[in-house]
Design a protein around this ligand. Structure first.
Ligand code: FAD
Length: 460
């Protein structure tokens, strides 16, 4: 039990402890598999609360974790027996439409930000699920529908306000604390608690053309090879994923399509929707689809179309990725065979296409590790029955192990399972940038105070 008396004198937010009636609710994160018991959840209302929380934890030698949107599948937003510095109530946003900038507090979700920016026909590159936190996603890189046109989320940072391990608030940008700014563009929650981000915004929508077509898994090779060729020569306006999935038995889908195993081609055209419609014609006429949900829709709707697959805390998640060395025939056959043998139908396989602006930026210009890859493969294991946990997790691990022979060197730190491989995993995610990250960690957090994350170790 932590004595909160001293912290209570200044802290404006709620300090929640195990005896509080809503403790069990507040300690839930997105992943239903995670069951951690923090001794204290400090719900910060602003920067001053964050500074006090950090100083209090330092003084009393309490382990801390940082919570933004609570989406991390490893549950790194929480820590057992320690203190959660919880920013989930800090959801203020200020859009400066004339400067195309948005200041965003550390607990904002992509849905929140899309709502405020789209009023002005603007957007910051985010993720593909609206409930995900801006903070964790951006600090790890940030893959979304705008990645080829405008880069990763972290590429669109103008500046960041961060509370360091000493409890001081500093700004990092291209002009101030440049080394820290570089590290925050992909280096995760290793360097402090980000209280606000300023993003560059771009003109997007408000209507976009989406491709969302599902073909029978029996013709997956034909679909995947066509998709590969298409994506590799596609313009920056098109970002997309190929997904293996089973259409849910839900009213959202026509009865005849439900429970069918499919390969889904999903992509957004960031530009004139009519041009997008023409551009997607090739992907929409590969063969006879099971279902074609493509169409012109509001950007905010497109950015939340995957939300129903990922309800909060009701389902269990294990997402783990590898860069692919190529998507040649042998690799495709391996992935298709694996997709057909998924242990539960709710498990997804996702192949993300990289390219355009996100790959044009030099790999050394930001901490994000994988700029020279064209495809990322991710096992997105989702399951409902806790009794399936061991089987699903060990199947996913074994499959990814077998996938090593088709893999490149890297992986995406935000899809890293439970981080089981520790430092090896983090090193493989950052590749050549790891040594520089470790040096910056040593400067800003020499005692590794912020270590409940994909941890970059300070040099001893
Ligand atoms: C359903 C789902 C969909 C996803 N979709 C995408 C996607 O489209 N694109 C993509 O790139 N990723 C995606 N992800 C992965 C996502 O980027 C990571 O899970 C990320 O960690 C989520 O950030 P969060 O703030 O919600 O998470 P949290 O669990 O709150 O935080 C995760 C970690 O981020 C750090 N962190 C969080 N907030 C702060 C802060 N304010 N200051 C400093 N450090 C902080 C901490 O180290 C923390 O442990 C998805 C994940 C899920 C579960």
């Amino acid at each position: 039990m932590i004595n909160i008396e001293e912290l209570q004198t200044t802290f404006r937010g709620r300090l929640i402890q195990p005896h509080d009636p809503d403790y069990d609710e507040v300690r839930q994160v997105w992943n239903g598999y995670i069951d951690k018991h923090p001794a204290l959840i400090s719900e910060c209302t602003g920067t001053a609360d964050v500074m006090d929380a950090v100083k209090f934890a330092r003084k009393n030698d309490i382990e801390v974790s940082i919570r933004g949107g609570g989406h991390n599948v490893a549950g790194s937003a929480l820590c057992d027996g320690g203190m959660v510095i919880d920013l989930s109530k800090m959801r203020g946003i200020h859009v400066d439409a004339s400067q195309k900038l948005a200041r965003v507090q550390g607990g904002v979700t992509w849905g929140d930000l899309d709502r405020e920016t789209q009023v002005f026909g603007l957007a910051a590159p985010g993720g593909v699920v609206s409930t995900t936190g801006v903070a964790g996603l951006t600090l790890g890189g940030g893959l979304g529908w705008l990645r080829k046109k405008h880069g990763l989320s972290c590429d669109n940072l103008h500046s960041v306000e961060i509370v360091t391990a000493e409890g001081k608030l500093i700004t990092a940008s291209q002009n101030e604390n440049q080394d820290l700014f570089w590290a925050l563009q992909g280096g995760g929650g290793n360097f402090g608690v980000v209280t606000s981000f300023v993003f560059h915004l771009h003109e997007v929508g408000p209507t976009v053309m989406m491709c969302a077509i599902m073909y029978p898994i029996g013709i997956a090779e034909k679909v995947l090879s066509t998709w590969k060729e298409f994506m590799e020569s596609s313009p920056d306006e098109i970002s997309g994923q190929a997904l293996f999935l089973t259409i849910p038995d839900s009213d959202d889908f026509p009865e005849e399509a439900r429970e069918k195993d499919v390969i889904a081609i999903t992509a957004m055209y960031v530009g004139d929707p009519d041009e997008g419609e023409r551009a997607f014609q090739e992907l929409r006429s590969i063969d006879t689809p099971v279902i074609d949900l493509s169409g012109k829709i509001p950007y905010t709707v497109a950015n939340s179309m995957f939300d129903p697959f990922f309800p909060k805390h009701e389902r269990n998640y294990y997402f783990k990725s590898k860069d692919l060395a190529s998507l040649n025939k042998e690799t495709r056959e391996f992935l298709i065979e694996g997709a057909k043998n998924r242990p539960v139908s709710s498990m997804l396989f996702a192949i993300w296409h990289y390219g355009g602006q996100m790959n044009r930026i030099d790999g050394k210009d930001t901490a994000f590790g994988s700029r020279d890859t064209t495809f990322l493969f991710s096992v997105d294991a989702i399951w409902d029955d806790p009794a399936d946990s061991d089987e699903v997790i060990s199947w996913s691990r074994q499959f990814l192990d077998k996938a090593k022979r088709f893999a490149g060197d890297g992986m995406y730190v935000n899809f890293s399972g439970f981080g089981e491989e520790g430092e090896d995993l983090v090193q493989s995610a950052y590749g050549d940038n790891y040594a520089r990250l470790s040096k910056i960690k040593t400067k800003y957090d020499p005692n590794n105070f912020f270590h409940v994350n994909q941890n970059i170790k300070p040099k001893n």
